[in-house]
Write a protein that binds this ligand. Structure first.
Ligand code: SF4
Ligand code: SF4
Length: 75
């Protein structure tokens, strides 16, 4: 796993498969009863803050290693 790829806590994962279904770039796969991140380079969608997998996960098992910071435009 490298750079901005999501991190999956397999201890929290209940194998519902929602993240695999929602990922538009296909880098999340269900394999050997585990969700895995495949690919050896940073996913372009991940680096553009898709974070759909993190949002859809019902158990909080996925963490995207970035956060969206909203700047206050009233300054
Ligand atoms: S952040 Fe988006 S593109 Fe990256 S693994 Fe999650 S759902 Fe897929
Ligand atoms: S959405 Fe969460 S609980 Fe469901 S398979 Fe993906 S990581 Fe596991």
């Amino acid at each position: 796993m490298v750079g901005n790829m999501p991190v999956i806590d397999t201890a929290k994962c209940n194998l519902c498969g929602l993240c695999v279904s929602i990922c538009k770039c296909g880098i999340l796969v269900m394999e050997d009863d585990k969700v895995k991140v495949v690919g050896s380079v940073d996913c372009e969608r991940c680096t553009k803050w898709c974070n759909a997998c993190e949002l859809v996960c019902p158990t909080g098992a996925i963490t995207c290693p970035f956060e969206i910071v909203l700047e206050d435009s009233r300054d």
